[in-house]
Design a protein around this ligand. Structure first.
Ligand SMILES: Nc1ncnc2c1ncn2[C@@H]1O[C@H](COP(=O)(O)OP(=O)(O)OP(=O)(O)O)[C@@H](O)[C@H]1O
Ligand SMILES: [Mg+2]
Length: 504
C-alpha cells in the first residue's frame, strides 16, 4: 500500500497549562476528502495549524509521502503544498479578487499583470471555481469570498487544502456549491481536510472521517462506517442527548413588536429600513439571512444599544424606542451577543468575574464584589456548561471561542432564572459550538419558550432555525422580506429569499 500523502504522528502541543494536543495522529490519503470532527477544544484547529506551519509542535513526527519532513513556519508548509483556509478570512477587502489571489506572489515586477491574470483564469478553469476577478472582495458575498481564499491557497500550489469550518457562514445553496467544488478539486488532484461541526456535511461529502477528543484521535473511519449516533458517541464518549421536543405553541400576547423600524449607522447608511416583526409569549421566532443584511442592527435595536430613527418598537406592549440597555434589562430582555469579545466578555478578567458581569447588583447589594461567591457561581457554570478552562481564576481571554460562548450562555441563563426574563435575543448563539454544546443551548432556548418566554433567534445557521423556530423571517437589506410558518419551512425557498429572490 502506498504511504499516506500526509501523516502526523504523536503530536503534542501545550499552551501554558492547557494541553491542546496530547499525542495526536492523523493521516490524509491522496485524493480524499477527510472530515475532521470533535468537540470544542478537541484540538482540530491546533493540529491543522501545526500542519500549516502556524504553530510548532512540542513533539511529534510529520511525513509527506512516507518521507520525514519538518515544518517550522508557514513557508515550509507552502513549499510542501499545504494550504489552509481559516474560518475568519484573511482577505483584503478593498483589493479585487484577483489582487487577493496573487497577493504576495506578484513579486517579480517584470511579469506582466495579464500573465498573472491568465494564470489565475487557467487555475479557475482547472478546478472549476469561478469568481469575478475584478470585483472588490468586500462587495462579494461570503461564499464567493471563500472561493477567493481557496483559489489563493491553490495558486500557491496547495495539494493539501485544509478548510476550518468553511460552511458556517454560507447559505444552503453556497454549501451545496462548496461541497460540489470540493469534489472537482479532488478530481484535479487536491486532497482536502474538512473541519466541521455538522455531521450531515461529513456524511454527505467526506470519504473518511477522523474524530478527535481531548487532543487525541479517537478513530478514523470510512464514511460507510459512520452514522450520526456513532459520530457523536466518538466525539463525546456517550450517546447524544435527545433533541429538545418542541410542543405545539400557543403563542400569547406580543412581547416584541417592530413596525417599520429604521436604524441608521454612523456612516448614515440605513442598516434597518422598514423592518417589521412580532414575537409573542412562548414563541421562538427565527431570523434568517446572509450576514450583513441588518442582523447586527436588529439585535442592537432590540437590546437597546441602538435607537430607531423611525418606526415603532414596543416591548410587552409599551413603546420602547427611547429606552436604553438598562430599561431593557428591567423590562426582562436578555441578550446573547454575537461578538463575544466585544459585547460579551472582558478578556483580561477572570472566568469568575465574567460570570457575574452585569449581575453585581443582584449578588452584591452595595458595591462590594465578593470573590468567593463569584468563584462558587463560576464553578457551577463550568460544570453545568462544561466550560473547558483551568478554573474560575483563569483569564477569560484564554478560552477557545466555543468555550467563551458557553461562558456567556451560562451567564445569560443564570440571569434568566433569577429575573423575570421575558424576551431573549440570541444572535448566532451556537456559532462555532460543538454538537453537545449546541444541543444544550438549544434545549435551554426551548425551555425558556416553554415557560412562556419569547425568543428572537437571529442566526446564520439555517439548520438551527429549521429545527427550533415556530416562524422564520428572512432579513434582506434591512427588512423582513418573507416569513415562513413552521409548516411552510423549505430550506431552498428560504435560501432564495436570503439572496433577494422571490420566495416560491
Ligand atoms: N493560541 C492559544 N493559546 C492558548 N490556548 C489555546 C490556543 N489555541 C488553542 N488553545 C487551546 O487549545 C485547546 C484546543 O483548541 P483548538 O482551537 O485546537 O480546538 P478545536 O478543536 O479547533 O475547537 P473548536 O471546535 O472550538 O474550534 C483549547 O483548549 C484551546 O483553548
Ligand atoms: Mg477550531
Amino acid at each position: 500500500m502506498s504511504p499516506p500523502l500526509v501523516r502526523l504522528r504523536g503530536v503534542y502541543k501545550r499552551f501554558g497549562p492547557v494541553v491542546a494536543l496530547d499525542g495526536a495522529d492523523f493521516e490524509l490519503a491522496a485524493g480524499e476528502i477527510h472530515g475532521l470532527l470533535g468537540e470544542n477544544g478537541a484540538g482540530k484547529t491546533t493540529l491543522m495549524n501545526v500542519l500549516a506551519g502556524l504553530y510548532r509542535a512540542d513533539a511529534g513526527d510529520l511525513e509527506v509521502l512516507g518521507r520525514p519532513v519538518s515544518i517550522r513556519e508557514p513557508r515550509d508548509a507552502v513549499q510542501l503544498g499545504v494550504g489552509m483556509v481559516h474560518q475568519h478570512f484573511e482577505l483584503v477587502g478593498h483589493f479585487t479578487a484577483l489582487e487577493n489571489v496573487i497577493l504576495g506572489r506578484e513579486g517579480s515586477a517584470w511579469l506582466r499583470p495579464d500573465r498573472l491574470r491568465r494564470e489565475v483564469e487557467a487555475l479557475m478553469e482547472r478546478v472549476g471555481l469561478a469568481v469575478p476577478l475584478d470585483r472588490r472582495v468586500r462587495d462579494l458575498p461570503v461564499g464567493v469570498q471563500q472561493k477567493v481564499e481557496i483559489l489563493k491557497a491553490l495558486y500557491r500550489g496547495a495539494r493539501v487544502l485544509i478548510l476550518d469550518e468553511p460552511t458556517t457562514l454560507l447559505t444552503p445553496q453556497e454549501v451545496d456549491a462548496l461541497l460540489a467544488s470540493l469534489r472537482t478539486l479532488v478530481e484535479a488532484g487536491v486532497s482536502v481536510v474538512f473541519i466541521t461541526h455538522k455531521l450531515h456535511e461529513v456524511l454527505r461529502s467526506c470519504d473518511r472521517v477522523t474524530v478527535m477528543r481531548r487532543g487525541r484521535r479517537v478513530v478514523t473511519v470510512d464514511r460507510r462506517e459512520a452514522d450520526p449516533v456513532r459520530l457523536v458517541e466518538w466525539m463525546v464518549g456517550t450517546a447524544p442527548p435527545p433533541p429538545p421536543a418542541r410542543e405545539a405553541t400557543r403563542p400569547g400576547s406580543p412581547v416584541l413588536e417592530l413596525e417599520a423600524v429604521r436604524v441608521v449607522d454612523e456612516r448614515g447608511v440605513a442598516v434597518l429600513d422598514g423592518c417589521s416583526l412580532v414575537v409573542r409569549e412562548g414563541e421562538l421566532v427565527g431570523v434568517a439571512g446572509v450576514s450583513g443584511n441588518g442582523q447586527q442592527a436588529l439585535a442592537a435595536v432590540v437590546a437597546g444599544t441602538a435607537r430607531p430613527a423611525a418606526g415603532v418598537l414596543r416591548i410587552r406592549g409599551r413603546p420602547a424606542e427611547r429606552h436604553g440597555v438598562l430599561d431593557r434589562m428591567r423590562a426582562g430582555v436578555l441578550t446573547i451577543p454575537e461578538d463575544r469579545l466585544r459585547d460579551g466578555i472582558l478578556p483580561r478578567m477572570s472566568v469568575a468575574e465574567n460570570v457575574v458581569l452585569g449581575r453585581h447588583r443582584l449578588y452584591f447589594p452595595g458595591v462590594r464584589y465578593d470573590p468567593e461567591t463569584s468563584r462558587r457561581l463560576a464553578r457551577h457554570a463550568i460544570e453545568e456548561f462544561r466550560i473547558v478552562c483551568p478554573g474560575p481564576d483563569a483569564a477569560a481571554g484564554q478560552l477557545s471561542g466555543g468555550n467563551l460562548q458557553r461562558l456567556i450562555a451560562a451567564r445569560v441563563f443564570d440571569a434568566a432564572r433569577e429575573r423575570e426574563a421575558r424576551l431573549l435575543v440570541a444572535h448566532n448563539p451556537t456559532r462555532g459550538l460543538d454538537v453537545p454544546s449546541t444541543e444544550f443551548l438549544h434545549a435551554r432556548l426551548v425551555e425558556f419558550c416553554a415557560k412562556g418566554g419569547a425568543v428572537l433567534l437571529i442566526s446564520e445557521d439555517l439548520d438551527e432555525l429549521l429545527k427550533l423556530a415556530d416562524r422564520i423571517g428572512v432579513l434582506y437589506r434591512g427588512r423582513v422580506v418573507a416569513e415562513f410558518a413552521r409548516e411552510q419551512f423549505d430550506r431552498y425557498a428560504i435560501g432564495r429569499a436570503m439572496t433577494g429572490g422571490v420566495p416560491a
